[in-house]
Ligand binder design. Structure first.
Ligand code: CMP
Length: 137
């Protein structure tokens, strides 16, 4: 089943020069297509929409600070089971428990600065793609 997912390379990934490494891992996966890709610095308004489900959590404000601390790369990737697939490439949220071979396992430092966001369901993907690429049909 073909799907779309919204991926963000977080400011730690762009600061550390890992854009090519991470996009490369996604790109090398057979039969996935990058439909949109943009480097941009996120303002408060976009981040409030994107992280609406985390309002009030202890990590919310530091997360907002971190996510606006530098440019991110936003991508829409299309392909077979791509939602599950990109999350598998990323590894779990906490980089310490992420297996070597996964993006967070290989490069992650702390839970907040975990390099990559990937939509967790079809509903999230639809919602998030609209926030970042409202023009995408
Ligand atoms: P992600 O899963 O992409 O979206 C929510 C983000 O919040 C998560 O990545 C981390 O960057 C951050 N996050 C989640 N849980 C914690 C936590 N316990 N402490 C700090 N940051 C967190």
């Amino acid at each position: 089943m073909s799907q779309r997912t919204l991926v963000l390379l977080k400011p730690d990934a762009t600061r550390r020069g890992l854009i090519g490494e991470i996009v490369g891992r996604i790109e090398r996966k057979a039969n996935w297509t990058i439909e949109a890709l943009e480097l941009r610095t996120l303002g408060r308004e976009v981040l409030e929409q994107h992280y609406a489900e985390h309002v009030g959590k202890p990590f919310y404000e530091p997360l907002m600070q971190f996510m606006s601390s530098g440019p991110v790369v936003a991508l829409v990737v299309e392909g077979e089971r791509v939602i599950e697939g990109v999350r598998a490439l990323a590894g779990p949220t906490d980089p310490i428990s992420a297996a070597p071979g996964s993006i967070r396992g290989d490069f992650g430092t702390i839970t907040r600065e975990n390099l990559i966001h990937a939509s967790d369901s079809e509903e999230s993907a639809q919602r998030e793609i609209k926030i970042f690429f409202p023009g995408l049909a």
